[in-house]
Design a protein around this ligand. Sequence first.
Ligand SMILES: Cc1cc2nc3c(=O)[nH]c(=O)nc-3n(C[C@H](O)[C@H](O)[C@H](O)COP(=O)(O)OP(=O)(O)OC[C@H]3O[C@@H](n4cnc5c(N)ncnc54)[C@H](O)[C@@H]3O)c2cc1C
Length: 576
Amino acid sequence: MSIDGGERVIRHQLLVVGGGLAGLRAAVEAKGAGIDVAILSQVHPGRSHSGAAQGGINAALANNPEGHDDTAEKHAFDTVKGSDYLADQDAVYQMTQDAPRVIFEMEHWGCPFSRYDDGRISQRPFGGAGFPRTCYGADKTGHYLLHTLVEQAYRRQVTMYIEQFVTGLIVADGRCRGAVAYDMIRGGFEAFVADAVIIATGGAGRTYSNTTNAIISTGYGAAMAYQAGVPLKDMEFIQFHPTGLYSTNILMTEGCRGEGAYLLNDLGERFMERYAPKMMELAPRDITARSIWTEILEGRGIGGKGFVYLDLRHLGEKKIAEKLPGIRDLAIHFEGVDPVTDPVPIVPSQHYTMGGIDTDADGRSAMPGLYAAGECACVSVHGANRLGGNSLLETIVFGRRAGRAVTSELEGLDGRVAVDEAAREALGAVQARVDRLARSAASDDAYAIRADMIDIMKTHFGIFREARQMQEGIDKLFALKERLPFIGLRHAGGVFNLDMIRTIELEGMLDVALATAVGAFRRTESRGSHARTDYPNRDDEHWLSHTLATWRPGGPPALSAAPVGLGMFEPQERKY
Ligand SMILES: Cc1cc2nc3c(=O)[nH]c(=O)nc-3n(C[C@H](O)[C@H](O)[C@H](O)COP(=O)(O)OP(=O)(O)OC[C@H]3O[C@@H](n4cnc5c(N)ncnc54)[C@H](O)[C@@H]3O)c2cc1C
């Protein structure tokens, strides 16, 4: 590492943008192979949103007495069926085959999984799974996994630049050569030059108002790649988790239903019997969220209101304390309801971005030198609907694969790149942009635009979609884009200027929202999480394909189709 006098140009072989599970696992892999790797993260890696994951991580260990026959093939089948046959089947199989190894590696690195009396890792049932295969640590699985990997990164002395907000990529001669970041502590911009970059910046939940995601899950990392010319894939597929708290959308894990919780409507009915008589509350999330929403729309929400109940009372205080202690705390503190004594009001809430930066199974994007892994990427292993417990698995499996692939690419590269003009140009461009925002008379307000955007996404691109309503939403999003030249900064300070970060993020978030919106409008079928009332059926003849959105300055993205990787499982009607 070196810092050029005055210019703040810092060099490493590999930059990993994002210190969640995917970024950490990639960095651990590359550093272990001798690569000089640095993580750039907006927050301390231990505070990344992966730490919020509650319910668990899937692997066909066959530890649960009811899951002795489980295999990687069955895990792959459930995943592909859950994806409504849009996932790439070879990538899915790579993931499910690697899953047991991932769990044992994390176990050996010290992850405190919950265990059976005989010491083996416990597994609970999760939605859409034929066997109980979700490994967990009570309801704090993400926290345990994340801190295990943070330790491994420290152990290998991975360099970490913390509280660095990456604003854009450095691209020279068509290759990604690094990134520019705002150093929140120092209060200036720095160029990080590298031979390759892995983006691992998490999901885009904050483009919706009703999300379970943290404030930093904005999709901005995906937007950086998109604006640099890398396509986003399948952005129209947005997961709504069935059970967010009614007042705040804070998640009540699927592990609640895995442990036996019921969903009840105003008549006290376990209404899932109508929609998924076999799997009941453990149907996949797309079907369960639609079922809850249908109950609400048809007036069977509790007291006719916009929520139903998640009922854990019959599990008893002891089981709740042992398996779901965090859930009880969240329900008490954020909804004022104790699940031991009262049913919990819940509503489907935006939860996961199935689409993302288009990559292959080794994290490679269309731009040489640029890789992506985790929720910001689309490999694709989730297709049109992700199964619970598969995302934590994806971050680790494909984070590692990206770290490996980049290592072998860098081993073949001849030396480090020179500090080039591109780095200085990228630095100059962001500085000019911020100066312009700071000087702007600001006749419009970035926060008002953001509030409108997240409301438009909730209202026009929600659980059920329809052409006229989506066209209106697209028009409104374009109208918001036209207001961007009139915004400015409220706060001109250099240090910890969160106002500047929020303002810079906005344009990228709008582009990501538009990729979702335009992709959803174009796809005239219903598949997985994309449910159209005007096209209620899946249409394999015309739409068994991925959507690629390519950014165009000013206009809507250019959309094209890419083939789905089939071969193991023939598409069938999904019944649960
Ligand atoms: C409440 C909740 C519960 C969940 N429970 C489960 C579960 O039980 N099982 C499961 O499989 N999945 C679960 N998921 C999904 C899963 O947790 C996430 O998909 C996964 O953890 C994402 O990991 P990641 O590494 O891709 O990103 P994150 O963990 O979100 O990390 C993103 C990183 O990028 C950094 N970053 C972002 N933008 C920038 C920028 N511009 N500059 C610098 N740094 C940046 C952040 O600082 C952070 O370090 C849950 C999700 C939520 C919201």
